[in-house]
Each structure stands twice: as structure tokens, then as C-alpha cells.
Design a protein around this ligand. Structure first.
Ligand SMILES: NC(=O)c1ccc[n+]([C@@H]2O[C@H](COP(=O)([O-])OP(=O)(O)OC[C@H]3O[C@@H](n4cnc5c(N)ncnc54)[C@H](O)[C@@H]3O)[C@@H](O)[C@H]2O)c1
Length: 319
């Protein structure tokens, strides 16, 4: 199968590409950024700016993908620093992608939404269908992206599916999301032996380990269309407090020092999100079930970060 990814150079793309190439698919990876050093030269890597409608159309017309994973986005914390950029990449980029896919007849599209579509004051755990009043530009563009996907599905009969991801954690550089404090506990824990979190210790949001996140995308991409009762699905794994993550890291790295200095903008975003997601619809429709809990993730992740060797930390990170 010919599979095209947008935003392939990011945290999800990094892990998703290897699964797709291992499964024998012809992968066309696109991003603004050049090919990361970690990706083998046999991956067909192309520059594609999703805000450029003409380039998007030309790439789709040339590649004619059977399946598209639309990953390009500006994430929540970075999006609050530059809401215009977030609007252009997330909103216009998704619109350009849907139009190019409609014009060129793409078989199937996977859209990556987020818990950032939710605003404060919702039931816990939060189901799929509640009023969506996000507080960030990122969340607004994800709500709108979900609605556009649903519209193109109904209006043009296109096969479009999506997941609302919790904060994803993997052995990679964080992409500027508000859940980055969780990953930095591991990354800084291994590389510096200390981390000052930008969230309060009682902060609780839904999180997921990347192998489950990749599996959610792959399982949904393979699911029988007739069994899907909606366009975009909540997927959940676990919802630890920040100090519970710290305790898990400390069990693996006993000398680590984790302290807290809540930073108002990102803390405000975190406090506006649900503490847990109800993913019963995904479980019922396509058999979704997360495999990793917090302890299983810690056990798997720490050796992977160690194996990566020296690299960026929260102190040197650009976001
Ligand atoms: N990582 C998470 O915790 C998380 C959680 C929920 C949803 N998501 C969603 O999953 C998708 C992938 O997330 P990620 O963590 O890999 O993000 P990331 O920030 O790591 O990667 C995004 C990629 O998009 C690229 N990009 C930015 N502007 C672009 C443009 N104009 N044209 C083309 N590419 C552009 C960047 O270069 C980057 O490689 C996003 O849509 C994100 O909203 C991620």
C-alpha cells in the first residue's frame, strides 16, 4: 500500500514510519523539516508545507496515496506562543489536505485530534460527545479539523477516521505540547538526574505511551468501515497525577530530584483539559484497548532514553 504522512518528522511520525516500512508499505514521508538522521535513506522523504495548497495538490496528484496519516500541526503550548502560525498550519493545512484528497481521490485519511478539543468543566471521564469549548488556538483548530473531516465524510463519502489522543510519551524530543512535563521527567531524569516540572504535583491529565498511540492509528486505519459509528474517537490509557509519574521515575532512578514550579500558561492549558477520557466507543467499534499503564511505560522507556545517550533536556530545549 502507498502511505503518505504529513508532519512525518515529528514525535508520532518517528515511530509510525518504522511500523509502516516494517509492514512492507511504500511510505512517502513529508514535512517542512529535512529527513531526520534517525531515518534510513530508503524512506521516500519529501518537503511539503501543508499551508501551501498548490504544493499539497501536486504531491497528492504525484503520489496518489492509498492511505494518508495527517500529522502536521503546531501543538498546544507552541500554538499559544504563535496562534497565527497554529491557525495556518492546523486549520488551513487540514483544509488543504482534505481538498487535495478529494480532488485526487485518496482512499483513506487518518486525522490526529487531541484532548485539547475539550474545555473546562466537563464530566470525568469525558465522553466523545460533549460541548467542545477549547481554550487554546490548538484546540480550536482541532475541533474545526474534526468537523471538517466529518463534513467531507458525509458530503463527499470520503473514508476519514480520527483519534483524539491524550498526551503521548515516547523516547523522542517533545514537540511543544503542554504534556511535555511528563516526558521531561524521564528525559531529564536520565540525562541530568533532576527536573523542575512546569506543572503542579496534583496535575492530572490523560497520557498514553507511544507504542499504544501508534497501534491506535494502525488499528483504526485497518478497521472495517461498516463497524465505525463515528468519525473521531477518544482513545485512553492512564491518567496519573504529576507526582505519581515522578514517583514511578524515582522507583527506576532512585537518585533523581523532581521539583515543581507551576508555569501559568501551560498550567492553565493543563487545568482546562479532562482528567480522564471515556473511550468506550472506540473499544466497542474497533476493539481498541491500551496495553501500557504507567509502570509498564516507565520500565520500557527508561532503557530507551538511556540508549539514546546525551541529547536535549528541558534546559536546552527550544520550546
Ligand atoms: N504528541 C502528542 O502528545 C499529541 C497528542 C494529541 C494529538 N497529537 C497530534 O498528533 C499529530 C502529530 O503530533 P506530534 O507529536 O508528532 O507533533 P510534532 O510537533 O512532534 O510534529 C509535528 C510535525 O509537523 C511539522 N510541521 C509543522 N509545520 C508544518 C507545515 N507547515 N507543513 C508540514 N509540516 C509541518 C513539524 O516540522 C513536525 O515535524 C499532530 O496533529 C498533533 O496535534 C499529538
Amino acid at each position: 500500500m502507498k502511505v503518505l504522512l504529513t508532519g512525518a518528522g515529528g514525535q508520532i511520525g518517528h515511530d509510525l514510519i518504522s511500523h509502516l516500512t516494517d509492514a512492507g508499505h511504500h511510505v512517502v514521508a513529508t514535512d517542512l523539516a529535512p529527513r531526520p538522521a534517525t531515518h534510513a535513506s530508503h524512506v521516500d522523504w519529501r518537503r511539503l508545507d501543508v499551508t501551501d495548497a498548490t504544493a499539497m495538490h501536486a504531491t497528492f496528484a504525484d503520489v496518489r496515496p492509498d492511505l494518508v496519516f495527517h500529522l502536521a500541526a503546531i501543538l498546544s503550548a507552541r500554538g499559544e506562543k504563535d496562534p497565527v502560525l497554529a491557525y495556518n498550519v492546523n486549520q488551513t493545512g487540514t483544509w488543504n489536505l482534505l481538498e487535495a484528497a478529494r480532488a485526487t481521490g485518496v482512499g483513506r485519511i487518518l486525522f490526529t485530534s487531541s484532548i485539547a478539543v475539550y474545555g473546562p468543566g466537563l464530566p470525568d471521564p469525558t465522553p466523545d460527545d460533549v460541548a467542545l469549548w477549547p481554550t487554546t488556538m490548538y484546540g480550536i483548530t482541532k475541533v474545526s479539523g474534526e468537523m471538517l473531516c466529518d463534513y467531507y465524510r458525509r458530503r463527499w463519502g470520503m473514508d476519514i477516521r480520527g483519534v483524539r489522543f491524550p498526551g503521548l510519551i515516547s523516547a523522542a524530543e517533545p514537540g511543544g505540547g503542554s504534556s511535555d512535563y511528563a516526558l521531561f521527567m524521564y528525559v531529564d531524569g536520565v540525562r541530568r538526574g533532576a527536573y523542575e516540572a512546569f506543572a503542579r504535583p496534583d496535575t492530572r491529565i490523560p497520557l498514553m505511551y507511544m507504542p499504544d498511540g501508534v497501534r491506535a492509528l494502525l488499528d483504526l486505519s485497518r478497521a472495517d468501515r461498516a463497524g465505525l459509528t463515528r468519525c473521531v474517537y477518544n482513545v485512553a490509557a492512564f491518567s496519573p497525577r504529576a507526582d505519581e509519574i515522578a514517583a514511578s521515575v524515582k522507583r527506576a532512578l532512585p537518585d533523581v530530584q523532581i521539583t515543581y514550579k507551576s508555569e501559568p500558561v501551560r498550567q492553565g492549558i493543563l487545568d482546562s483539559w479532562p482528567r480522564a477520557l471515556d473511550d468506550s466507543r472506540a473499544r466497542a467499534d474497533w476493539g481498541w484497548k491500551a496495553e501500557y499503564d504507567l509502570e509498564a511505560m516507565t520500565a520500557d522507556l527508561i532503557p530507551k532514553i538511556r540508549a539514546m545517550g546525551p541529547g536535549p533536556t528541558s534546559v536546552t530545549h527550544a520550546h
